[in-house]
Design a protein around this ligand. Structure first.
Ligand code: ZN
Length: 212
């Protein structure tokens, strides 16, 4: 199984992916932002959060976005035993068999934390659970994991953090054609997630945003 980091050849196309939803506090803000700008995205959803937020899945699908698997619980597979990984993947399969709407062939999946892409133990188990898995990574994450534990609840904090996250994609080029962009749907920081999404879309407004 070869991880996929870039999706599209040809100019001015990118795939915007949003991980970790659905969350009642944040997903509606992200959907509003995407609708306002007329852009489509791919949501990598956690299975256990899907079970608790079925109406949000319907909202995501109704707006035309793609849905893919981000596993069942949001845990690091590198810390799990073989049987635990098998169980996590099987649980998520049961859910995404019924709700997946991705356009990609096979079953696109992104593991929590992107963990395990070079780990043959995890890749072998993935293959056992579903040989059709396609492991999706990303090529640009305007994210700032280093800000994860900071308090960014005020709008001023949000703007400062978003500004920090919008680092140049590449020192040598501003062209992001073909990129898979990673953003997040974090329940504890809805304003940050929505503001960052809006900034990314505005910065690359002349690109076509395609779904996976
Ligand atoms: Zn995640």
């Amino acid at each position: 199984m070869i991880p996929i980091y870039y999706k599209f050849s040809g100019a001015k196309k990118v795939a915007l992916t949003i991980d970790d939803g659905p969350n009642p506090e944040t997903t509606p803000l992200l959907l509003d932002c995407l609708e306002k700008h007329g852009k489509l995205a791919t949501f990598f959803l956690s299975g256990d959060r899907c079970e608790k937020n079925l109406s949000l899945i319907n909202s995501i699908r109704a707006a035309g976005h793609s849905i893919c698997s981000h596993g069942y619980r949001h845990v690091n597979y590198l810390t799990l035993s073989n049987s635990e990984i098998f169980h996590e993947l099987q649980m998520s399969e049961e859910i995404f068999t019924s709700i997946q709407s991705s356009l990609m062939p096979g079953r696109p999946i992104r593991l929590p934390y992107g963990a395990g892409v070079t780990n043959s133990r995890i890749l072998d188990i993935m293959n056992q659970v579903n040989p059709k898995f396609r492991l999706i990574q990303w090529s640009w994450a305007p994210l700032g994991w280093n800000f994860l534990h900071n308090n960014i609840r005020s709008s001023n904090d949000v703007n400062l953090q978003v500004k920090s996250c919008m680092q140049p994609y590449n020192e040598n080029s501003t062209d992001i054609s073909g990129s898979i962009i990673l953003l997040h749907d974090w329940s504890d920081r809805p304003l940050f997630c929505a503001t960052l999404l809006g900034k990314v879309i505005e910065q690359y407004a002349d690109y076509k945003f395609v779904r996976l």
